[in-house]
Ligand binder design. Structure first.
Ligand code: NAP
Length: 478
């Protein structure tokens, strides 16, 4: 049995007498590892270590050295990809094909961060633009914020952790890393991998504990300069209210919309939306949850979509053929099933799916939904999607925007004018044309408007948010 503890200043806190928490495989209930739970004392040690290492080591580390370590980490992840994929399957229940995709994206994040660490440039200002400015020089630099608190969710345990850790290191910060308690093993392995890559002790301090104790204490700690959080709206709100003057980036939830116009390539839309709605059982922040289809092609699209969903293979996430595995825990699957039944009792039609077997919910397509039903209004984070007809472009845009969320949307049409018109009108952090809401690359600015978040990730953009702008002026002698 693997027993793992927090890693603070390069030392693992694996005390035999401490309380532990079992990490269970959501598919078969087997215990994957036991984590030694950290408390507020360890959290405080971790922040102290991060602050000291920031002041004494990281601030002085040249960009070429940060770039070298990040490149080495990418190389090591490539070498260890089988181990990481296996762990993500075990601790998150993510089907192996999607675990592979996560690892390949994670390797790229490290490579982007390595390259970008050498391009943290500023500017020279035209000081004489001001009537008092002759004989003065002005420089704008980007400097690291200091200690970054990285709080991450269970659904992309490696990729979303690296979206915080890699840019933080590239920009010269130190990190206190608090991963989700359900997926701490990949986090533990990642910190070890960085050590192997030559990252000095204490640049990343890993704290394995619950959100309620160490997460909360991390957010309010006086020596933390920046919080970068990915997770639910409820926790995000709490963090925002208690973070004080710290800089905050929030990547929260959504009920992502996709619009299919009458001229769209329906086969392409079906293929793309099948993955978007059901990959990792819909436990993806940009999972397709609402599909608006023009009434002229509604029946045709729905027929093809239902037929394709019925062919998805449900089973063991270790099996290369499996499309749908378990949800993260029984309570999440039960909650989603209750939402489906509630919608049914309110008049919705379950076109396919809705069957619960242990932690696994079959891919569910719902029609005849009304505004206000939880399945369309709230974030489902489950393998369920509603398909709704619309008559006009204006109606589709208005219904799409009628949400507290605004993360990413997909628009399917062959009309370039309409595509751009609709993209401009949607209240979203990002819009894809002829691609689903769920597609993401790790090099573009990604994040939400409204209650989907604050700030942006995507390595370059995260680095902007993990640095301060500092002005240095010089008055030259006459
Ligand atoms: P969650 O319950 O909000 O947990 C996220 C992280 O916050 C975990 O590490 C959790 O620790 C910690 N936490 C819990 N309570 C805390 C507190 N009081 N103070 C500080 N930290 C606390 O989210 P989840 O269920 O893991 O992930 C699903 C959510 O993440 C969905 O809403 C999804 O949309 C969102 N998400 C958004 C994006 C995006 O990029 N926009 C990407 C992925 C996921 P514990 O695990 O110990 O509870």
């Amino acid at each position: 049995m693997m027993r793992i503890g927090s890693i603070i200043g390069g030392e693992e806190r694996n005390d035999r007498n401490r309380e532990t928490l079992a990490v269970k495989n959501p598919y078969n209930g087997e215990v994957v590892a036991e984590i030694v739970l950290a408390g507020e004392e360890e959290l405080d040690d971790a922040v102290k270590s991060s602050l000291s290492v920031f002041k004494n080591t990281m601030k002085m580390m040249p960009a070429y050295e940060r770039a070298r370590i990040l490149a080495k980490a990418a190389e090591l992840l490539e070498e260890q990809k089988e181990d990481f994929a296996e762990i993500i399957v075990q601790e998150a229940g993510k089907p192996i094909k999607h675990s592979w995709a996560e690892i390949m994206r994670s390797i790229q994040i490290l490579r982007y961060a390595s390259e970008l660490s050498k391009h943290l440039t500023g500017e020279v200002l035209q000081m004489e633009a001001d009537v008092r400015g002759s004989d003065r020089l002005g420089f704008v630099k980007r400097v690291p914020v200091g200690v970054v608190a990285a709080i991450t969710p269970f659904n992309f345990p490696l990729n979303l952790s690296l979206h915080k850790i890699a840019p933080a290191i590239a920009a010269g910060n130190t990190v206190v890393f608090k991963p989700a308690e359900k997926t701490p093993v990949s986090a533990y392995k990642l910190v070890n991998l960085f050590e192997e890559a030559g990252l000095p002790d204490g640049v990343i301090n890993l704290v394995l504990g619950t959100g309620e104790t160490v997460g909360r204490a991390l957010v309010t700690h006086k020596d933390v300069h920046k919080i970068t959080f990915t997770g639910s709206l409820a926790v995000g709100k709490m963090i925002r209210e208690t973070a004080g003057f710290k800089k905050v980036t929030m990547e929260l939830g959504s009920n992502s919309p996709n619009l299919i116009f009458e001229d769209a390539d329906l086969d392409q839309a079906v293929e793309s939306l099948l993955t978007a709605a059901f990959a990792f059982s819909g436990q993806v922040c940009v999972s397709a949850q609402r599909i608006y289809v023009h009434e002229d092609v509604y029946d045709k699209f729905l027929g093809k979509f239902v037929e394709a969903a019925r062919k998805l293979k449900i089973g063991d996430p270790r099996d290369e053929e499996t499309d749908i595995g378990p949800m993260i825990e029984a309570a999440a699957a039960k909650r989603a099933k209750e939402w489906i039944e509630e919608a049914r009792s309110q008049g919705a039609v379950i076109e396919t799916g809705g069957e619960l077997d242990g932690n696994t919910l079959s891919p569910t397509i719902i029609t005849e939904v009304e505004k206000g039903m939880k399945v369309v209004t709230d974030e489902a984070f489950a393998p369920l999607v509603s398909v709704m007809p619309f008559k006009t472009e204006e109606e589709a845009v208005n219904r799409t925007n009628d949400s507290i969320y605004g993360l990413q949307a997909g628009v399917f049409t062959k009309d370039i004018d309409r595509a751009f018109r609709v993209a401009e009108s949607l209240e979203m952090g990002g819009v894809w044309i002829n691609e689903s809401s769920a597609y993401r690359q790790d090099n573009y600015p990604y994040g939400g408007v409204k209650q989907s978040g604050l700030g942006r990730e995507g390595v370059k953009y995260a680095m902007d948010e993990m640095t301060e702008i500092k002005f240095i002026g010089v008055k030259l002698a006459k």
